[in-house]
Design a protein around this ligand. Sequence first.
Ligand code: SF4
Length: 264
Amino acid sequence: MTRATAAARSEATAGAPYSRAGAEGTFVLEAGLRLQGASPIDTLRWAVEQYAPRLAFATGFGPEGLVLFDLIARHRLDVDIFTLDTGLLFPETYRLWRALEERYRRPIRAVRPALDLEGQASRHGEALWEREPDRCCGIRKVDPLAEALRGHEAWITAIRADQTKERAHARVVEEDRRFGLVKVNPLLAWSHDDVWTYLREHDVPTNPLHHMGYPSIGCWPCTSPSRPDEHPRAGRWRGRIKTECGLHLRQPRTPLSSVDSKGA
Ligand code: SF4
């Protein structure tokens, strides 16, 4: 943390009523209020100022992640960019990954599970995703993410509020108690149309599967096409209650009304 940041945090937290997580918790709450309605690039710049070089961005190459990747790469922001390579991504996704690295000349680090697919099959049986998708996501996504985030202070995500009911309760800046760091969501207020307008205007490469009936793309065993009248994530874990990998679960939180928003 820079000296300026420490001073700002001290000033921001003076006299605040919120005490659960002390000064850091209040700083995060007030930052969330201050950045409500800020543009994604302003939010990203704020995050870099506060947390670089201990700032990470995990992208799954969805349209929203591509907006943030384009902004981070074009503005040369000091962010550790990585993707969770489950070993089960579509070939189109792997090709997009390479195309992005070539075009932007910016590496996207691969974060892989401790167990490869053979190891998972021998320990937990074949096609674990069909029997216990939560456990499979835990092994291939959640645990590797926790490991990749170790040593970071904050991470950037590409979630939008209208994607799922869990995401509707997120804030632009929030504590991520699950991973023990700050979570920054620069695109929270953007719509699906905002995202695609940006991608077109900036000629950002996208996954060709989006034009083949897949609005939301994850691992191939758990992703199917969606009909136009369905929710864009209807093809993820189709036929199950599951809607999230477990990376963005709703967390208990302090109401914003408990923070004095003057000057925030
Ligand atoms: Fe496993 Fe499916 Fe989760 Fe991928 S999305 S980690 S295949 S359960």
